[in-house]
Design a protein around this ligand. Sequence first.
Ligand code: C5P
Length: 304
Amino acid sequence: MRYARTRAGDMFLSSTAVVMAEAVKLATCLILVYVEEGNFRKFLRTLNLTIIKQPLDTLKVCVPSLVYIIQNNLLYISASHLDAATYQVTYQMKILTTAFFAVLILRKTLLAIQWSALMLLLTGVILVQLDQSKPSSVPSGTEQNHLIGVSAALSACFLSGFAGIYFEKILKGSDISVWMRNVQLSLLSLPFGLFTCFLYDGTIIFKQGFFFGYDWVVYYLVVLQAGGGLVVAMVVKHADNILKGFATSLAIVISCIASIYLFAFHLSLQFATGATLVICSIFMYSHQPRTNDVSDKHLLINKV
Ligand code: C5P
């Protein structure tokens, strides 16, 4: 994202890339719902029953879809104004905002050891990311405002925590499939996204066209964003948003270790410390104190 936003040449409109990612997600989820249903008649019946016949339920999905559109636009703003390290590190704060909303909205109980594990995870992933990022330069003429970048990333953290937990609540509170939920999400995100597009970039779109500046890098970015979103949906369905924080942090560590072999990445003390903290935090978070009172059973069930 950072590369696509800071290279020289014709610059694409990020608001159009957000809409395109929603369109790719919608198409993919419609195919997945079709596969789940088995034939076209059942597919249409399910769409009708879930989306048209339950307008209130569809309206509930409005909240995260609106929030995700704002969040995804903020991430582009942040990536345009901050260097890759500051952008990634600031966005890791979502680990804490997610836990905060899990307690507030899902009434999840987190033990002191689990809060400590989350702090350890945050420290670990920040150390790892600061170590792997290299100083990057931007082409002359690209204006960067640090304050705008950090504010956008921090706001995105809050929105990420809130939308993730809200989606988890509606997903687990009904028996509607995750792909169907995502169809609802994208159906609403698309008009919201288009509205944002034309509100901010309408004149440029009419002058230069919707796909101005698109090349394979931008198409790749769109597919990557859409794919990432669908994986998030799966993780929330089979695990939860807090575990997602652990999974993505571990993925960062693993990808760095893979780069030792693939790209001759040098293992530093800072990286080793960060990676150790991430791994320790995972064990700490899943540690079960040996008591058998009701709240601990509740926690265990939550985790399973
Ligand atoms: O960084 P974070 O984990 O909050 O990013 C979540 C991303 O996943 C957003 O881009 C959002 O659009 C996407 N998402 C999705 N479907 C879901 C949940 C999230 O496409 N059910």
